[in-house]
Design a protein around this ligand. Structure first.
Ligand code: C2E
Ligand code: MG
Ligand code: MG
Length: 559
């Protein structure tokens, strides 16, 4: 074997070793390429990579040049390979025109080395490609697999403890799209993602689950900044980023304990899913921190939902009646029907099941069940010759989208031949304009039929004066929270507001019922504000049917 061959064998061995090392030594690799090029009198070595033949045609790809002495004027050898996935790899070596003549042996050596290099480049490029396709979606967001991989690695390196995992679902993103257009909406999503990514930095990761849902991890130390992005991010869009829109999300977070060892991926995912679910069902969205109790709550939700149908059929729900009393005459002037679930001889209060039934449309079935039972009772009282009072029934806002709601209510009342004046429907305020329109339509429709309407829980939540200005309710039910406390100064803000809102509602011809009246002090405040109807424990708790009938017959509350 001659000198040339020995050199070649050594080059080839080194090349194979370097390119098969993981990770490979970039500097050693480039030095070797230089040595080879100089030794073989090559002027330039170049590789190209195209993901598809189409991209090769269009010249969209990557080009690397590891050696160039500036004298390349002629192609010596060019190799083009097509991978199984149809990616294209090209290696080209150039020479000076004067040095173009080479022996067959030399050409074979160059060819062999070039193929080793090309195989190496192919491996690296393809690996990156699967990386790009495997861990991000088509719009360039990292995907859930990237999250799982990150968690796996962080777990193996013992870095998960003390971090915060999150799941966020942006509020009203469909509305954002409607407002600023789909393409601006996409920009907002991308920019919001970039803002999160930048804020999280190398303390964690954020990926998109699809649509407007993201999950990720970050370090406790930057909690404030990230929470701000969840609740009040101001995201730029438009060609130059000149416009801004406010973005907020329902967020479920899990404070990963420290130390922490992940057993299954569900250890984190299950928790943030439960927490974000809670966040979505809260009226004000916001951030919900996972708590082990929630797991049981979730089990409770499932139980209520699965038992509901049978419970309706078995008539396990009872109507309790709470009297409304005129505080001057102490006469019973009305009642509110409140639902109780009798399960295994225990009386379950509405707070434990109404919010769950409101997660879907089960609540609508319950409300009509209540209305029917109330009508049945009123019919019987009338037939028995009792003095009957108007009874109010709570209707969830879930009904508002039902265009047949009015007809259904009338049908239920007429089925028992109950004069409309004995029925009142209580509704609560709504949060969106669309619902507001529906609310107005329903209230007006009921009134045309002689059924009275009440706005429930006035004074808390989203209540606004618009609600009583735009809709002509018959009754305003004022929440106890809105009633000033006895110890408060006459001129305190809450006193002034209370007096004025009451006076306004009275001027507009509304009847006012104050809820939750428990004490003599409260009665005094009502008297001063000329509110004459009270509903509360001071007179009676919500009563079972028989007890309520006794009150009806007695009529007046003793002093
Ligand atoms: P709501 O319609 O505002 O009913 C008044 C609530 O205040 C009732 O709670 C009542 O028991 C309570 N309450 C009455 N007087 C007092 C008092 O002096 N002090 C205190 N602390 N509370 C008093 P309840 O029966 O637990 O019902 C809670 C809520 O559940 C109701 O609030 C209503 O929003 C909902 N709900 C009850 N029954 C139904 C129903 O059949 N359908 C629908 N959609 N919702 C219902
Ligand atoms: Mg009510
Ligand atoms: Mg109320």
């Amino acid at each position: 074997m001659g000198y040339e061959n020995e050199k070649y064998v050594s080059f080839l061995n080194r090349l194979i070793r370097i390119t098969h090392e993981e990770p490979y030594d970039k500097e050693e690799y480039v030095n070797l390429i230089h040595e080879i090029c100089i030794d073989y009198n090559l002027a330039k070595g170049e590789t190209e990579f195209y993901q598809t033949p189409m991209m090769e045609q269009r010249g969209i790809g990557e080009k690397f040049c590891d050696f160039d002495n500036g004298k390349a004027d002629s192609v010596l050898l060019r190799i083009r390979l097509v991978s199984e996935s149809k990616a294209i790899l090209i290696a080209t070596v150039y020479t000076e025109e004067a040095l173009k003549e080479r022996s067959d042996e030399e050409m074979t050596e160059i060819d062999t080395m070039l193929r080793v290099i090309l195989g190496f480049v192919a491996r690296r490029r393809l690996l990156r490609m699967t990386e790009i396709f495997g861990f991000s979606d088509l719009e360039g967001f990292s995907n859930f697999r990237a999250f799982v991989r990150y968690v796996d690695i962080a777990n193996a390196e013992n870095r998960l403890g003390g971090k915060i995992a999150f799941f966020i679902d942006l509020h009203n993103f469909t509305m954002v799209n409607q407002e600023i257009g789909r393409s601006n909406g996409d920009t907002v999503l991308h920019n919001y993602y970039e803002m999160l990514k930048k804020a999280i930095g190398d303390t964690g990761i954020v990926v998109r689950l699809g649509g407007d849902k993201f999950v990720g991890l970050f370090d406790r130390s930057i909690k404030r900044a990230i929470y701000d992005l969840f609740t009040k991010a101001s995201v730029p869009y438009g060609e130059m980023g000149e416009s801004k829109i406010h973005i907020s999300a329902a967020a479920g977070v899990y404070m990963i304990p420290n130390p922490f060892m992940l057993k299954t991926n569900g250890d984190i995912m299950d928790k943030i899913v439960i927490a974000v679910d809670m966040a979505k069902h809260q009226a004000n969205g916001g951030i919900v921190v996972y708590d082990d109790k929630m797991k049981y709550e979730k089990a409770h939700v499932k139980k209520v939902q699965s038992k509901f149908r049978d419970a309706i059929e078995n008539e396990e729900f009872l109507v309790y009646y709470q009297p409304k009393v005129n505080i001057d005459t102490r006469e019973i002037v009305g009642a509110e029907a409140l639902c109780r679930w009798i399960r295994d001889d225990v009386v379950v209060p509405p707070i434990e099941f109404i919010p769950i039934l409101e997660m879907n449309t089960d609540i609508c079935k319950l409300d009509f069940y209540m209305l029917e039972h109330v009508c049945k009772d009123i019919r019987r009282w009338l037939d028995e010759g009792r003095d009957v009072v108007r009874v109010s029934v709570n209707f969830s806002r879930k009904h508002l989208v039902d265009v047949d709601l009015l007809d259904k209510i009338i049908a239920a009342v007429d089925k028992y031949n109950v004069p409309h004046e004995y029925i009142e429907i209580e509704l609560t305020e709504t949060t969106t304009d669309v619902m507001f329109r529906d609310l107005k339509r329903v209230v007006n429709g009921l009134q045309e039929q002689g059924i009275s309407t009440a706005v429930d829980d006035f004074g808390i939540g989203y209540s606004s004066l618009n609600l009583i200005r735009e809709i002509s309710w018959n009754v305003m039910k004022v929440d106890k929270e809105f009633v000033p406390k006895a110890v408060e100064d006459e001129n305190s803000i809450s006193n002034i507001m209370f007096r004025h809102v009451i006076a306004l509602a009275q001027d507009m011809g509304m009847e006012i019922v104050i809820e939750g009246v428990e004490s003599v002090d409260q009665l005094d405040i009502l008297r001063k504000s000329k509110c004459s109807i009270a509903q509360g424990y001071f007179f009676d708790r919500p009563l079972p049917l028989k007890d309520f009938e006794d009150r009806l017959d007695r009529k007046v509350y003793p002093e």
